[in-house]
Design a protein around this ligand. Structure first.
Ligand code: ZN
Ligand code: ZN
Length: 286
């Protein structure tokens, strides 16, 4: 597919991005149309679903008991309650589809705009190099890049994984906070940036327990960031769907993951090419 055709299809798609059925309106068929709203009253701090009887905007019990290190979370959809969103995220994660990433990035950009966030500073949740090589792509970084380009924000690759961690949904991970504690630090580029007094948004595809996002927020606060928010495609409440995995990193049986065993060099090259152009990065005044 030529780049021009691919671009045209991402703006005016004639076929559903997931199943190639004809579109009626938007880039999806009726079955895969993405919902416009995140359902139910939500905690403004972590975007968790609240009981229907509670008003929107009330902090949930978990946030009151142990506040996360980020001050606000914005999500487009509910991972468990809105299956088309889950389908899109899994497809973007496990198939190498730039058109899907662009589309999901535009949805995230729209949601940020609705919440009054303009020209955000975006920092993707970092992947460990080993995980990056296994997956062949860094969805959080690609999403952050797509949003930054659309809104004229800043993309800062300010964080890195200092050590590998188990997936937060791994059966051996009992304490999610302990699993990621100390695992995320400033990257070499992050140490050269001036984050002092700035508001920063951590970007990821799905927010589950919030432990990883909190660890990112702590690293950014240590670097001087004033406020750290989290923006994600979907919120997956822990145990939100008792019959399925609680961690949306797996692939359902009918889907075939594309595990791409790339060399480290080509992986870095892929990251550079897909993120190009990296937006201006402010240097610390010497
Ligand atoms: Zn479809
Ligand atoms: Zn909460």
């Amino acid at each position: 597919m030529s780049l021009l055709f691919e671009l045209a299809e991402s703006v005016w798609p004639s076929r559903c991005l997931l199943c190639s059925s004809p579109c009626i309106t938007g880039p999806c068929c009726a079955e895969h149309a993405l919902p416009r709203e995140l359902p139910g009253p939500r905690c403004p701090r972590c975007a968790a679903k609240l009981p229907d009887a509670l008003p929107d905007g009330l902090e949930c019990a978990a946030c009151r008991r142990a506040p996360p290190a980020f001050h606000r979370a914005i999500a487009c959809w509910d991972y468990w309650d809105q299956p088309p969103a889950r389908e899109h995220i899994l497809a973007a994660k496990h198939r190498h589809r730039r058109d899907l990433v662009r589309y999901l990035g535009s949805c995230l950009r729209a949601r940020l705009g609705e919440r009054g966030v303009e020209r955000p500073v975006l920092v993707p949740v970092p992947s460990h190099p080993a995980r990056l090589i296994e997956r062949g792509r860094d969805l959080a970084a690609l999403l952050a890049g797509a949003v930054a380009v659309e809104v004229g924000g800043e993309l800062l690759l300010a964080l890195r994984r200092a050590r590998p961690t188990r997936s937060q949904g791994h059966p051996l991970v009992v304490d999610r906070r302990r699993n990621v504690r100390g695992a995320i630090t400033l990257s070499r580029a992050g140490r050269r940036l001036s984050l002092v007094g700035r508001d920063v948004w951590v970007v990821d595809d799905v927010l589950t327990s919030g432990s990883t996002a909190s660890e990112c927020a702590r690293a950014l606060h240590r670097a001087g960031a004033r406020r750290v928010g989290v923006c994600v495609l979907a919120r997956a409440d822990k145990g939100g769907h008792p019959t399925e995995r609680t961690e949306p990193t797996g692939v359902r049986s009918e889907e075939s993951p594309q595990v791409n065993l790339m060399s480290w060099g080509s992986c870095v090259e892929l990251r550079r090419s897909l993120l190009h152009p990296i937006l201006p990065v402010p240097e610390v005044a010497s």
